[in-house]
Design a protein. Structure first.
Length: 284
């Protein structure tokens, strides 16, 4: 018997790529279970599928930084912390954070195939014995507009968004006087492709870092939040500093004000997404 659940959840996370650096991603998760009927004449109760499998996904990879074991750099776990440092296309990246903010995916890269293997390895053993196999489909949201991949951290957030490098694949929609502006959308998407969005408030000097060794061409960030202490150094060329927090509300407001500067006599509407099917609208 085969049981399926489409749109089970969305994985919002970042991963380290040997070529692109930290990449924010959002994948919709579909799941298929193969197994025998249990005493309730079910493969698995839909409620358990939605709760148990989603919880494991949330705990293992969602809102984390996924590090491939074949990363061209160094990474290590010590006590309750994780540290990673590497170069990508001549750019530097280094992070030190609580261990819960990262996970390790077997392989030279984090992609759909390696992530499916990662999920299957931890989820199938946790399911009842009548479930014989599990399949995952990971897919991005259908693109109705231009989009960008971004990573960030929200120190004021009460949950997992406080992790300093997690991210999203996000659509961007911009209107002037009620008319969609694909050119402006593409310009912003191109500018912020694979970007790290840092908050000016969290920026620190290289000398103040406790764990990470920064390079002269890096921006540095550090903060304490409820999950612990976080540090990051990342090449300036791959970072944009915002004069505000990097919540989707603030991103939408920031973009609307930037567009308004260029078109002061137009009514500006920016619809910024945070992953799939959610976001914020700002008018200027």
């Amino acid at each position: 018997m085969i049981l399926f659940v489409n749109d089970l959840t969305v994985i919002d996370f970042s991963y380290l790529c040997n070529q692109r650096g930290p990449v924010g991603e959002s994948w919709i998760v579909d799941v298929v279970l193969h197994g025998n009927l249990n005493e309730e004449s079910m493969v698995l109760d839909f409620g358990l599928v939605k709760k148990q499998i989603k919880r494991i996904i949330d705990d293992s990879i969602d809102h984390k930084l996924a590090i491939p074991t074949g990363l061209n750099g160094r990474y290590e776990l010590s006590n309750d912390r994780v540290e990673v440092e590497y170069e990508f296309n001549g750019h530097h990246f280094a992070m030190n954070a609580p261990k819960s903010s990262a996970c390790f995916v077997t392989g030279d890269s984090v992609d759909i195939q390696s992530t499916i293997a990662f999920l299957k390895s931890i989820i199938l053993p946790a399911l009842p014995s009548n479930v014989k196999d599990i399949e995952f489909t990971l897919r991005p949201e259908h693109s109705r507009s231009f989009y960008y991949h971004y990573s960030h951290g929200l120190k004021k957030h009460d949950g997992n968004c406080q992790r300093i490098v997690h991210g999203h694949r996000s659509l961007i929609e911009i209107e002037l006087d009620g008319i969609s502006m694909p050119r402006l959308q593409k310009e912003r998407a191109d500018k912020w492709q694979d970007i790290y969005l840092g908050s000016e408030e969290d920026q620190v000097s290289a000398e103040s870092l406790k764990y990470v060794v920064a390079k002269p061409e890096d921006y540095c960030f550090a903060y304490e939040s409820t999950q612990g202490y976080f540090e990051l150094a990342i090449a300036k060329e791959r970072c944009d500093i915002l004069p505000c927090d990097s919540t989707v509300e603030c991103i939408a407001d920031y973009l609307a004000k930037e567009v308004k500067k260029e078109y002061p006599n137009k009514k500006v509407k920016v619809k910024a997404y945070e992953g799939v099917g959610k976001g914020a609208i700002s008018l200027a």
